[in-house]
Design a protein. Sequence first.
Length: 365
Amino acid sequence: MKLNQELFISKKSLEIILGNLKLMGYKIIGPKLKNGAVVFSEIDSISELPIGYVDVQGPGKYEIKKSGGSYFSYVNGPISLKNFLYPSEVDLLRVEKKGDKIHVLSNTKVAEKQAFIGVRSCDLSALKVLDKALLEYDYVDEQYKLLRNGTFILGVNCVRAGENCFCASMNTGPKLGEGFDLALTELADGFLVKVGSEEGEKVLDGVDVRRASEGEVHQADELVERTARAMTKKVKTSNLKDTLYAQLSNPQWDAVAKRCLSCGNCTMVCPTCFCNDVFDDNDLKSGVTSRKRVWDSCFNVEFAETTAGNARPTIKDRYRQWLMHKMAYWVDQFGVFGCVGCGRCITWCPVGIDITEEVRALRGE
């Protein structure tokens, strides 16, 4: 058994691992350079990885540069695992009218098994947050469960901190926690590998694997620890929930509302946001009606609108709802923060609003 052992493989062995995953029936989803960004997308071979590329991020800024030959020097792009496990549009129900009768059509689908390559600790932590919200309470999301059950995680420990990363302060990285099948740490001449499941062990069949040396283990640990120390953005989480509850009337909400466009970019790229809307799509020609669930955003002005009125009519109301949900309400609901420190909301905000700075301002720091 190789479970939890520190192993070492060459970089070319990654191609064998992908081949094994395909033979086991997995669709391979990995980082890929598309339209000027590193995004999760279907890949067929290791050659499609953005090898030698790094991303440069800042508030409202993202660019890709060629630098060196590392396989995983980039951090997060705008797409997370949520896009594949909680898709932006799904059919919940389909009915067909024939004559005077209504027939409920089968909506049963055989979910493809998906293997995710290059998953970072923040995204793995986000998956655990979604699991808690969508699987562990009275009402299980069957669509999510169907896709989640066929998931293989090949994670990568971060050996470089992005400019907007703050996972270390959220205790969600940069080292992978539980939940991976295989975990890699990239060294100059290969990968340190840790096996997290029996499925992960099976994937190593036919791969030239050896025990990692003490020096290699130390080097890998130091790279990850150095990454944590390099993060300049932080959120002080001690007593954060109670502190924020006491700041609901803080003028900082007015200040940030003057900058916020209420565009919803932050919720679209967030790996844990799962707000949705449901509507019926009627096809008059075929007589089939589909009840669809689509992503929504608490920044949309109609989101909190009911027959009694709108509970959050202003941008101030909506930004406060979003930040409070991430950093306070979620703790009450699920016992964890809804933020994993990935920094996507900072990068992809068109006006560069930084959630870490907003929290610091609300704390009076």
